[in-house]
Design a protein around this ligand. Structure first.
Ligand SMILES: *[C@@H]1O[C@H](CO)[C@@H](O)[C@H](O)[C@H]1NC(C)=O
Length: 340
């Protein structure tokens, strides 16, 4: 990489494949940040430029379609197959490793760990065919879950829905998994959520899981088999400001979470043209390992004991998955998965 003024710059003479992978990440960046802002401002722009017809037509659609995120969305394999998704996967690169086949005669509830700063692997593996999920799990339809807020922004919401992303509420999960006659569905939850993002430091393997049991209850209610998934490297693609538990920054972040419901990790990656600072992720490999499904039998009214018991089994299987595969993906032998 060329160095100039103490900064590492991108190599403009890199190969076409490398440039395409860069475009894949720029596309994801655009989807994540600017697109939401653009489409929030668009109604005002249309309003003041007297493009009433567009505004009215889209508004009718928007209200008509408001419930789709809770009704299984409308995944399009054509969108999942877009070339740009493959470019995105090849940037890090992200690789999907399956340990067993999934029978299309069951439904699945997949726990994806860790959250990382913005869950690059969950998006790439489950919302796109970037790593070949359509071929690797024939007969299974995957729906990745996200916060309802993401479905408020025009255009962006349709792109997410077309990628098979749905709302993460109970109602939404039960809609997809609740009918025992309809099998071959898989709902993917990034269990640790924003709280876990605060522990997304390079080399850390620390999950928010002990107190999160809602997903286990949903599995029992619907009879969906539970699947642990771990993405090695997810925490390595951004740097985050040190915020150990008890530090001033962490206490502020926790306070902000309690008061405003959000706590933001202070992070950075590389820039568009230089590799020192910015909001694009670093080129570091992410390896996602899909564990074996844990069989679950449907229970009308799961008791606390049943939930706790299955939650214990899930944590144990997740730790086993981590231990079995960690050394292949450059995690030192002595590193343990921390569950809190
Ligand atoms: C999905 O990705 C895989 C692996 O890259 C590829 O072989 C396959 O053709 C893709 N599937 C579709 C339907 O495009």
């Amino acid at each position: 990489m060329p160095q100039f003024l103490g900064v590492e710059w991108v190599d403009v003479f890199s190969s076409w494949d490398r440039k395409k992978s860069y475009l894949g990440v720029v596309w994801h960046f655009f989807l994540t940040y600017p697109l939401g802002i653009i489409t929030m401002l668009m109604p005002f722009w249309l309003f003041f430029t007297f493009q009433w017809h567009i505004l009215i037509i889209y508004s009718i659609w928007y209200f008509y379609d408001a419930d789709s995120p809770k009704r299984g969305g409308y995944q399009s394999n054509w969108v999942k197959k877009w070339r740009v998704n493959k470019w995105f996967a090849s940037y890090f690169p992200i690789t999907l490793h399956k340990t067993v086949d999934f029978s299309p005669d069951h439904n699945y509830l997949i726990g994806s760990h860790p959250h990382g700063i913005i869950s690059m692997a969950a998006w790439c593996n489950f919302a796109t065919n970037g790593t070949g999920i359509l071929e690797k799990f024939p007969g299974i339809r995957f729906n990745l879950c996200t916060l309802a807020l993401n479905f408020k922004m025009a255009i962006r919401r349709e792109l997410l829905l077309l990628s098979g992303i749905i709302d993460c509420s109970r109602e939404s999960i039960e809609y997809v998994l609740g009918d025992p006659q309809k099998t071959g569905r898989a709902v993917v939850l990034v269990i640790g959520g924003a709280e876990e993002a605060l522990d997304a430091h390079p080399g850390y393997h620390c999950l928010t899981l002990k107190s999160r049991k809602g997903f286990v209850r949903e599995a029992l209610l619907t009879g969906a088999h539970l699947v642990p998934v771990y993405s090695f490297g997810e925490n390595d693609v951004f740097e985050q400001w040190e915020n150990p538990i008890g530090s001033k920054l962490r206490r502020f972040q926790e306070w902000s979470k309690r008061i405003f419901g959000i706590s933001y990790p202070i992070f950075h990656g590389r820039g568009f043209l230089q590799l020192t600072f910015g909001y694009l992720p670093y080129r570091k490999p992410i390896d996602t390992v899909i564990g074996a499904p844990i069989p679950v039998t449907r229970v009308e009214n799961p008791s606390k004991e049943q939930i706790n018991e299955l939650h214990e089994i899930y944590m144990q299987k997740l730790v086993e998955l981590f231990e079995t595969h960690k050394e292949k993906y450059n995690v030192p032998k002595e590193t343990k998965l921390i569950l809190q």
